[in-house]
Design a protein around this ligand. Structure first.
Ligand SMILES: NC(=O)c1ccc[n+]([C@@H]2O[C@H](COP(=O)([O-])OP(=O)(O)OC[C@H]3O[C@@H](n4cnc5c(N)ncnc54)[C@H](O)[C@@H]3O)[C@@H](O)[C@H]2O)c1
Ligand SMILES: C[N+](C)(C)CCCC=O
Length: 486
């Protein structure tokens, strides 16, 4: 097939596409075939400056609108995204390789949810009145931070752009967004749609580029806040650079999350949760529960049923809606994941399912399950970011909580049990920001999403995100004479 996903130009600044072919080329490769479907260019310093200048100059007027007026633009953009969901989903599939079956329900629609939610609350983002003795009072004003930078990973390009843009814009900020160089296409569509929805020019700008472009955005003195979705090593660098300029940050980073399945759990639900938490998006999900602790009593039944269900996965053309499991995003990611599978075998884990690259064009790898994994094995300690599940045995609750927490990461955690008091007791002791009981990986916009420990700082989505894109000014008002000591 010859797919052409070439956008009008690489960047979107001040309400229009703009190109500068002197920037390094960025080739967009369709993961299901390996063919180049578009060529873009990394932003030059001049392009970066244009984007930052546009966002800086648009911010005052955008913040001066009422929240209701800003919210109206976001909600219109959400409506347009929903109307064009199929086209946007096809583009997301071409960019990422994720099956259309998934992108139709989890990408543009999730972006629309964020724009609708934050558009809906924009008019109610207010301060408060704090009465004091003698009639004095303090009032607080919720104010935008200013110019925000968003930097994205490649697994959820549309969702990440919208999860950052929606709260930022609702609070009166403007944004320069840099997508991942691996998946640069769909953020441009979000920028286009915002303009169509009536957004003033310059409030949401997209520049393409590699890490050096991200770094130049983070260190620019005009920038007040940086929100990164990416790996822990990148997060460390970006957080440190932002700290130098005392900038606000949100860090949505990696994970190695535990999923604990007690032997009284519904086997079918636990298997479904393990599938959702390991193989959706071919395992390229930050919050995946890749350390699956299964209580010894149900271990073999769990592995048997899991293998039966995995055998029914439809692996193939991601644009065919019957396909439920697509390729990995890139050859590089395929090789990284194959390297981890080799390590699992070398370190003595038992391969229960999959493990092989498919003998076809594209970056396809079978869903892979290792059993008898022990805590010290590399596949149990490092984020793989691919379709590799590690099943670990456990005997009792105290033991499994300690082992689940024995990681530098703290993004997510899940518990499957029919004992509700145990479910709440255990989940309360797991060191993670986004937790699940008897399900896994659901992330509605109404709920905060984000990690603890090395998995990040701050939360996306929910009312809480407003705190990360605004700050409070407090004004003390005296109703009395001023007393001074001399
Ligand atoms: N917690 C979450 O919400 C979440 C969601 C998706 C992905 N992730 C994580 O992202 C990782 C996979 O994505 P990835 O491979 O694109 O991550 P990555 O860290 O390699 O890159 C993320 C982004 O940072 C940019 N970047 C790289 N170096 C930079 C620098 N020095 N300064 C500024 N920007 C820089 C990249 O160009 C890219 O846009 C995984 O670890 C995954 O867990 C986390
Ligand atoms: C919505 N999910 C599936 C939990 C993905 C969140 C972003 C992490 O990769």
């Amino acid at each position: 097939m010859n797919y052409n996903a070439q956008p009008k130009a690489s960047h979107f600044i001040n309400g229009a596409y703009i190109e500068d072919t002197s920037g390094a080329p960025i080739k967009v490769i369709y993961p299901a075939s390996g063919e180049v479907i578009a060529t873009l260019h990394s932003a030059t310093p001049d392009i970066v400056d244009k984007a930052l200048a546009a966002a800086k100059s648009a911010q005052g007027a955008w913040a001066a609108l009422s929240g209701t007026e800003r919210g109206r633009v976001l909600r219109r953009a959400a409506d347009i995204i929903r109307e064009r969901n199929r086209d946007l989903s096809i583009l997301e599939t071409l960019d990422t390789g994720k099956p259309l079956q998934e992108t139709l329900v989890a990408d543009a629609t999730s972006g629309a949810d964020a724009l609708e939610y934050f558009g809906g609350i924009a008019g109610s983002l207010t301060g408060e009145h704090i009465p004091l003795s003698g009639g004095d009072f303090v009032y607080t004003v919720r104010e935008a931070l200013g110019l925000c930078v968003g930097i994205g990973a490649w697994n959820y390009p549309t969702q990440i752009a919208c999860w950052k843009a929606a709260p930022a814009l609702a609070c009166g900020n403007t944004m320069v967004f840099k997508p991942s160089e691996t998946t640069p296409l769909s953020a441009l569509k979000v920028a286009e749609i915002l303009i169509e929805a009536g957004a003033p020019k310059g409030i949401f700008n997209v520049v393409q580029g590699y890490g050096d472009v991200g770094s130049s955005l983070v260190t620019d003195p005009r920038v007040a806040k940086v929100s990164l979705t990416g790996s822990v090593p990148t997060g460390r660098k970006v957080y440190a650079a932002a700290a130098d300029g005392m900038k606000h940050v949100t860090m949505e980073l990696g994970g190695k999350s535990p999923m604990i399945i007690f032997d009284d759990a519904s086997l079918e639900n636990a298997v479904s949760g393990a599938i959702l938490g390991n193989f959706y998006s071919s395992g390229q999900v930050c919050s995946n529960g890749t350390r699956v602790f299964v209580q010894k009593g149900i271990k073999e039944a769990f592995l048997k049923r899991l293998s039966e269900r995995l055998a029914t996965a439809v692996i193939g053309d991601p644009l065919d809606e019957a396909t439920s499991f697509g390729p990995l995003v890139s050859e590089n990611q395929l090789n990284i994941v194959k390297g981890y599978i080799a390590k699992g075998l070398n370190e003595g884990a038992r391969l229960v399912f999959g493990g092989n690259q498919l003998n076809k064009l594209g970056f396809y790898l079978e869903p892979t399950v290792f059993a008898d994994v022990t805590d010290g094995m590399t596949i149990a300690r490092e984020e793989i970011f691919g379709p590799v599940m590690s099943v670990l045995d456990f005997e009792d609750e105290v033991e499994v909580i300690a082992r689940a927490n024995d990681t530098e990461f703290g993004l997510s955690a899940g518990v499957f049990t029919n004992d509700l008091t145990r479910a709440h007791r255990v989940i309360g002791k797991l060191e993670a920001g986004s937790c699940f009981i008897n399900t896994y990986n659901l992330a509605p916009v109404e709920a905060p999403f984000g990690g603890s420990k090395m998995s990040g700082v701050g939360r996306e989505n929910s009312k809480n995100a407003v705190n990360h894109y605004s700050e409070l000014r407090s004004v003390y008002v005296s109703m009395n004479d001023v007393e001074a000591p001399y």
